[in-house]
Write a protein that binds this ligand. Sequence first.
Ligand code: PMV
Length: 332
Amino acid sequence: MKATAKANANIALTKYWGKRDKKLMLPQNGSTSMTLSGLYTVTTVEFDKKYEKDAFVLDGTELGEERAEYKKVKKHLDLIREKAGISEKARVESKNNFPTAAGLASSASGFAALSAAGAEAAGLKLSSQELSALARMGSGSATRSVLGGFVEWKPGEKEDGSDSVAEEIAPKEHWPEFRMITTIVSTTEKKVKSRAGMAQTIETCPYYRDWLATVNEDIENVKKGIKEKNFALVGQTAEYNCLKMHATMITTKPAMIYWMPTTIAIIHGILAWREEGLESYFTIDAGPQVKVICLEKDVPSLEKRLQATEGVQKTVVCKPGEGVKLIEEHLF
Ligand code: PMV
């Protein structure tokens, strides 16, 4: 009853911000993303009678029961146990190849990997849609990391949430020149996690209804842009949608301003370089990192400019990546 899975992070091209059902983790709006090769989580899960309690080791450190991450993992294991009709406790070891909780979608790859490894170890045979619904229960954005390439998370209409699942827009082979340069400007954990932040926005942001009223049009444009490989349409829509989400964050009480001075410096850089004919677009999640959307041919000039921007610690170039998969090498 042991299995290991590897899941890539994903970055939303049009964002998910807000839940309509907190218990079932159903989103207010749909979203789209690209699964990234190169930023991943590997997770091994073993259910066994020899374990007296669930244990969770993240990047080499065992987390105590009082830790929020431990509680989330335990809750997810309970869900898997309930589905599989088993009662064995589990040992979970997980490794990220990038900093946790700094706006790099570690919860997306984390819960996609935990769901796939946990389901396999528990003997569940799930379709990729069922697996995406299970991943959703851990973290909304994890729904999308189950699939590779370009992905849409359908908000769904059913009350039980069974239709709030990931669907492929196009496989990674469809647009192999598409790139996202993840630019790390800070590795400090963010102050307000997405879960609390989005709930506050729904409660207090006067523009949230405008966000909801305009998000579907962005989704349609991104999907059209991907299908037709219209880079400007995808980039412009993603940038616009990101700014609209941040407008709701900034106008939430208390305000959530995730951007740091370096974040703004990169935004201005991208706008200026674009005027010069070097085409790229930015997208930013609930953190200070900037993900630069571009095409392969422009990566060298963009990386050079990004690395020369004051405050940039690191850049990671990501291609469209594959969905979650089971692997043979266990972490323990
Ligand atoms: O599901 P979470 O807690 O990872 O929330 C994700 C929220 C954003 O990253 C800001 C947007 C998104 O769609 O990924």
